[in-house]
Design a binder for this molecule. Structure first.
Ligand SMILES: Cc1ncc(COP(=O)(O)O)c(C=O)c1O
Length: 375
């Protein structure tokens, strides 16, 4: 088990892998079926079952999952798609790939997820969809967003890349009837090295996703029959083997991450100047992806990050606003002031080292270092 012990440099994240992953990967390597093989089907079945969606299509990344969902939604040139400025760039890129135009609506200051009222205000006659994010594993206001989408005839896509295992209104994220994407980069709750899944509640969309990931190939017909233009977004059986082993221990992973988050919460309670992340409520149960604290106004966040690094604590700037990235400013003319709530949060948030099985002593060291850095 790559169980971390107390270490001199505390990393921001690390995967949680043991002999089971080695065993299943070795089985696949010895089977001779490295792609388009049975491990993929098994992984997809297990994943769909875990999130409560009837269909899951494995893909090369969370970005590929988002891209194909935007493709199947039919977003294209002339369309506007509303999304969150508090996310990873992939959330907006996925429909820009299809020629649609990004429109950023501001977020709720507590959840850092799309504020439904801001989404409603951003709708024009060109709006075709909403790509909502469960940021930092905290479920977004899906019911309110769906109600808006229903009123205006829009498609909702869920970017749940950070939220595997989260629960919204008593049910697992992925089970609510909306197509969703999940990502398995090694900083995520579970990893396959790289990789992702798109879940859907429509058999037709699932068949389309399977075709699109494999160069638009038809599954009914012979090899090399391609009714449509597609991509190569194929997951491998090696990744699927890793994924199966990770799913087997996912409950334990989520439990350990929950315990680590609770420990940070207790340690931070004594510290002035850094607020812990929003607590769960009846309708929102976070799946702990990263542990992001918000610094009080007036504290120089970049200086805090530097001091933490000098103390051997790898913290991260989570996350800069998407609309203020250079290519967004240049391409669309976005500037400061477009989403003030998001911009204020982005100036003050930072992620502390956080991973499955992080040692309690390391968490204490992190909070002591943060106290010094703020002080
Ligand atoms: C919110 C969000 N969306 C999309 C992605 C893209 O996932 P991937 O890196 O697997 O392409 C990530 C992953 O970092 C993410 O955090």
């Amino acid at each position: 088990m790559t169980q971390p012990s107390v270490s001199s440099r505390i990393p921001l994240s690390r995967p949680y892998i043991d002999e089971r992953e080695e065993e299943l990967v070795l089985e696949v390597l010895r089977s001779g079926r490295l792609s388009l093989g049975p491990a993929i089907d098994r992984f997809e079945e297990l994943f769909a079952e875990r999130v409560g969606a009837p269909y899951a299509a494995s893909l090369t990344s969370g970005t590929a999952a988002l891209h194909l969902l935007c493709h199947t939604a039919g977003f294209g040139p002339g369309d506007e798609v509303i999304t969150s400025p508090v996310s990873f760039v992939a959330t907006a890129n996925c429909f820009i790939f299809e020629g649609a135009t990004p429109v950023f609506a501001d977020v709720d200051p507590a959840t850092l997820n799309l504020d439904p009222a801001a989404v409603e205000d951003a709708i024009t006659e060109r709006t075709k969809g909403i790509v909502a994010v469960d940021m930092f594993g905290y479920p977004c206001e899906l019911d309110a967003l769906r109600a808006i989408a229903d009123r205006h005839g829009l498609t909702v896509i869920l970017d749940s890349c950070e939220a595997l295992g989260a629960r919204y209104r008593g049910a697992t994220v992925g089970s609510h009837g909306v197509s969703a994407s999940f990502g398995f980069y090694p900083n995520k709750q579970m990893t396959t090295g790289e990789g992702g899944v798109a879940t859907t509640h429509s058999e037709d969309e699932w068949q389309l996703l399977r075709s699109l990931r494999n160069q638009g190939r038809s599954y009914e017909s012979r090899w090399f029959h391609h009714p449509r233009l597609g991509f190569n977004y194929r997951f491998t059986d090696v990744q699927a083997a890793l994924g199966i082993a990770q799913l087997e221990k996912l409950d334990r992973i989520l439990e350990l991450r929950g315990e680590a988050a609770a420990r940070y919460g207790r340690l931070l309670a004594r510290l002035d100047g850094a607020d812990a992340p929003l607590a769960d409520d009846e309708d929102h149960v976070r799946s702990w992806f990263v542990y992001v604290v918000k610094l009080a106004r007036g504290i120089d966040r970049d200086a805090v990050l530097e001091r933490l690094a000098d103390d051997g604590v790898e913290a991260g700037h989570y996350v800069p606003c998407v609309h203020l990235q250079p290519y967004m400013r240049e391409g669309y003319g976005f500037a400061e002031g477009l989403c003030p709530v998001a911009e204020d949060a982005a100036d003050r948030t930072l992620a502390l080292p956080f991973y499955t099985g992080i040692a309690a002593e390391d968490q204490e060291r992190v909070v002591e270092a943060l106290e010094r850095a703020i002080g």
